[in-house]
Design a protein around this ligand. Structure first.
Ligand code: PGA
Length: 255
């Protein structure tokens, strides 16, 4: 398994954007554009309340639907939370876990990222696990240590078999929503570092088979050179995923 045989995954992260009616419109438009482009898996991760409309609009297309978070308990007194079983029943196949915005603004920790990851995998969801350093960490030359620590803690107790349903998104926090992008070289090095951590935790086979995305201001202009790098197997895209034409251009670059 290597770059040529790993399936690229282009995933949009809509964040807190789009009402259900807007979601329907955007998915119908996107589906028409990406139709027949089967050289990568295509996922849109939408707000919880958009899931129903999104799943309906994506039916029969090559777009799969994901959520942006999941709670780790199966059910109970957790006001405002959504369980993995609830997501599954609505037709969700993917879930983003550990996005830096959740870590920064909503008290997400490496421990809860690990709990959510295990719960999502146990339910049969595919996890898009986000890791990434903040600017001060990159400037202090501790990016490798941060990525290694976040990856190891998030995947503690996850088996090699379960890794078939884990995608890792390398998302340098300084590049998210800022218009700044990691250079292709920086993205390749960081994704390669994560792959070597997986080789240490599991083995070469798991490391080479795992899809590792880059996220952080990926857009229609820079996607091709980022995706050309050996260790970059796709993208997790925020802003540009809200514009069907831009998202389609990224999907096209991944063919
Ligand atoms: P951005 O977001 O593409 O808007 O930088 C990426 C992300 O947060 O996944």
């Amino acid at each position: 398994m290597n770059k040529a045989t790993r399936k690229a995954v282009i995933a949009g992260n809509w964040k807190m954007n789009m009402t259900p009616s807007k979601a329907k419109e955007a998915i119908e438009k996107t589906a028409a554009l990406v139709s027949g482009k089967n050289g990568c898996d295509i996922v849109l991760c939408v707000p919880f309340v958009d899931i129903d409309a999104a799943v309906t609009a994506a039916k029969g297309t090559n777009i799969k639907i994901g959520a942006q978070n999941v709670h780790f308990e199966k059910s109970g007194a957790f006001t405002g939370e959504i369980s993995a079983d609830m997501l599954l029943e609505t037709g969700v196949e993917y879930v983003i876990i550990g996005h830096s915005e959740r870590r920064q603004y909503f008290g997400e920790t490496d421990t809860t990222v690990n709990q959510r990851t295990k719960a999502a995998l146990a339910a049969g969801l595919t996890v898009i696990l986000c890791v990434g350093e903040v600017l001060e960490e990159r400037q202090s030359n501790i990016t490798d240590e941060i990525l290694s620590m976040q990856t190891k803690l998030a995947l503690a107790g996850v088996s090699a078999e379960e890794m078939q349903k884990v995608i890792i998104a390398y998302e340098p926090v300084w590049a998210i929503g800022t218009g700044l992008t990691a250079t292709p070289q920086q993205a390749d090095e960081a994704c390669g570092l994560i792959r070597s951590v997986l080789a240490g935790m599991y083995d070469e086979k798991v490391a080479e088979a795992t899809t590792i995305q880059y996220g952080g201001s990926m857009n229609d202009g820079n996607a091709a050179e980022l995706l050309a790098k050996y260790h970059v197997d796709g993208g997790l895209i925020g802003g540009a995923s809200l514009v069907p034409e831009k998202f389609d251009a990224i999907v096209t670059a991944a063919q």
